[in-house]
Design a binder for this molecule. Structure first.
Ligand code: SF4
Ligand code: SF4
Length: 286
């Protein structure tokens, strides 16, 4: 069983449009939406949720008023102004446990906090693992790990060889959790200075994990000079260039219509390009 991820240095590069197009082209894989801070595969794929689980990614302090002597130590020790004995501000509490450590009356318990939900769903292209982090909640890396675990379980259950991950943008904790141990990272980039910079950062992250990298240049015709820079950088670093996609409003229109590109415009040149890229990806992970 192989995991591959579509990632990008920042949001809005067309990552999800490309991921869903690959899912439609393959039709024989498990999908995992690891962009848990802002998941959007479900917008296009409209999945039917089969199971839903709570995700507890952090702790929150709670004072037992029967034990509390209101000595005030927890309040003076809390760096987040969350402890106001005999109550703890459940929203402001960061779960650092300092109050529990200093409390002389053992009056503070750390409880699980609901941080989000994990879903097992069915889409028109097969099973999907996804999740949603609640607003203000952190620890998205741990949630990404859970989504990947579910994706692998689904692959075993449905006897699929491939898990296609839609990764988080950037190079933070959720991306690190997304790419550790995957077979191939497909970087979607655009020919802007920030796009080039972001691509370099994502590639250096993949290199640290010794993960094979490939690149797709989206909207390549908006700046041919920068496209050449990306290609040169890729050649220098040994990154496979899967291809270039021209700017076309059809990409956005397909999202608005909640359709994958092959559904929206099966005969379009961009769909042919993506079919060719998918063939190359299959070769790369052999
Ligand atoms: S440190 Fe413990 S006993 Fe003191 S106010 Fe806080 S909860 Fe109450
Ligand atoms: S767990 Fe940390 S943040 Fe929460 S109330 Fe205690 S000291 Fe403050």
């Amino acid at each position: 069983m192989i995991e591959i991820a579509v990632i990008s240095g920042k949001g809005g590069t067309g990552k999800t449009t490309i991921t869903t197009a690959f899912a439609a082209i393959s039709g024989d894989l498990i999908l995992a939406d690891c962009d848990v801070d802002a998941p959007d595969l479900h917008i296009i794929l409209n999945p039917d949720v089969v199971n839903k689980w709570e995700f507890h990614g952090s702790k929150v302090a709670e004072i037992n008023p029967e034990l509390c002597t209101e000595c005030g130590l927890c309040q003076s020790s809390c760096r987040f102004d969350s402890a106001h004995p005999p109550v703890i501000d459940q929203i402001a509490c960061e779960g650092c446990r300092v109050c529990q450590l200093v409390c002389p009356a053992n009056a503070i318990e750390m409880n699980d906090r609901l941080s989000g939900y994990i879903y097992r769903s069915m889409t028109r292209y097969g099973p999907m693992a996804h999740a949603k982090l609640l607003p203000g909640e952190g620890n998205s890396g741990k949630l990404v790990t859970e989504v990947r675990r579910l994706g692998v379980r689904l692959a075993k259950q449905y006897e699929k060889e491939l898990v296609l991950i839609d990764g988080s943008p950037g190079i933070g904790c959720p991306v690190i959790s997304t790419i550790s141990g995957i077979k191939l990272g497909i970087i979607v980039t655009e020919p802007t200075m920030s796009g080039i910079h972001d691509m370099e950062r994502v590639f250096s992250l993949l290199s640290r994990f010794r993960t094979k990298a490939a690149v797709i240049i989206n909207k390549y015709d908006l700046n041919l000079e920068n496209t050449r820079r990306i290609e040169q950088y890729s050649e220098d670093k040994g990154i496979t260039i899967l291809g270039r996609i021209p700017f076309d409003p059809m990409m956005t229109e397909s999202m608005v219509a909640a359709k994958t590109l092959p559904e929206f415009a099966a005969d379009h040149q961009i769909v042919s390009l993506l079919i060719d890229m998918w063939k190359q990806i299959m070769e790369l992970i052999k």
